[in-house]
Ligand binder design. Structure first.
Ligand code: SF4
Length: 265
């Protein structure tokens, strides 16, 4: 849907506005000293977007962009007059200021936010922010107001819309029931979902006994049954074997997901 046949032009921004104890991308999201990408300027970022377009990518996929919004917009001011036309994907933790999202109205084509928690206590305990739930919910509502349901082209490649990513955590720590019910009732049951079962205890998760395992079949089935009950059938649901297939390593040369034989959404 984003990758198609020619790939998604993914640009990872170093660091993240969350500090998830189980982060699978911690090598670039939380480990400042080991950052493997050099700082680049506004013009270079614009040129990299144009380069990805020249290579034939289907879109520009901005990963963890929330702390870089002003710089991204400045780069677009440079890149668009030089011919950048691809759809822009805003691929975020969901912890976004609703005001910042409002300012991106008319700029971003596809929003790809996480919805990680339904409890601010868990947001603080596992991701170090006190107000995840109200911000993520307000941001997702604003994203949906702007671009609505997912629109695909004739080849099945996303052109516009919102895709909400939800990672099932062990011991119901992601609040799947509450979050998915909220989405269906307060946003729309037609919103597109990417429900992921790929959790494994990466980074510092082993220090939290309740997070120190993959999810169980019962936890997975509970979410599948809930989706059916809510009538939410737009999107993707990972199979139960996902944890062994999704283990990115940003220190190996080439694509970080290559060794796992799979990629990001
Ligand atoms: S939001 Fe994603 S990238 Fe950021 S710390 Fe959490 S798991 Fe890592």
């Amino acid at each position: 849907m984003l990758s198609g046949t020619r790939g998604s032009g993914t640009i990872f921004f170093g660091n993240c506005n969350l500090r998830c104890v189980y982060c699978q991308n911690y090598q670039i999201s939380q480990d400042y000293g080991a950052q493997i990408f050099n700082e680049i300027g506004i013009v270079t970022l614009a040129e990299q977007m144009l380069h990805l377009q020249e290579k034939g990518c289907h879109n520009i996929n901005l990963v963890t962009p929330s702390h870089m919004v002003p710089q991204i917009v400045q780069s677009l001011v440079e890149a668009v007059p030089r011919g950048l036309k691809l759809p822009l994907v805003y691929n975020t933790s969901g912890y976004d200021s609703p005001e910042a999202i409002r300012m991106l109205d008319g700029i971003i084509n596809i929003y790809l936010p996480d919805l990680r928690y339904a409890s601010d206590d868990y947001g603080e305990k596992y991701s170090s922010v006190k107000d995840y739930v109200p911000n993520a919910r307000a941001a997702i509502k604003e994203m949906y107001r702007q671009v609505g349901d997912l629109v695909l082209d004739d080849e099945g490649i996303a052109q516009q819309g919102v895709i909400v990513r939800h990672l099932i955590l062990p011991n119901r720590r992601a609040g799947s029931r509450e979050s998915l019910t909220w989405l269906a009732e307060e946003v729309s049951p037609t919103i597109t979902l990417s429900v992921m079962s790929q959790y494994y205890p990466a980074n510092r998760a082993a220090q939290y006994p309740e997070l120190a395992r993959t999810i169980t079949y019962d936890e997975y089935t509970e979410v599948v049954e809930l989706l059916e009950k809510l009538g939410m059938d737009n999107g993707w649901l990972q199979e139960m074997d996902a944890p062994i297939n999704y283990r990115p390593d940003f220190k190996t040369p080439g694509h970080p997901f290559e060794s796992a034989g799979n990629g990001k959404n």
